[in-house]
Design a protein. Structure first.
Length: 65
């Protein structure tokens, strides 16, 4: 998987997570904003690792065939 494509997907996931969390939270204080951004970054990191591992696994499986 291209690095730029991976980064773009992770950034999109972080933004969506933060926006949806803030909408559901219905509170926009500074502490809530920081907490949601931190949670979004953690979510993006985990999501990026899963996407990267999935791409490697598919590539290895494709090379075997």
């Amino acid at each position: 998987m291209e690095f730029r494509k991976l980064i773009a997907q992770v950034i999109a996931a972080i933004i969506l997570y933060v926006v949806i969390s803030l909408i559901l939270e219905k509170d926009y204080s500074q502490e809530i904003l920081y907490r949601e951004i931190l949670e979004g970054l953690v979510f993006g990191l985990v999501y990026g690792i899963i996407i990267w591992l999935s791409a490697r696994w598919r590539k290895m499986k494709k090379d075997e065939d």
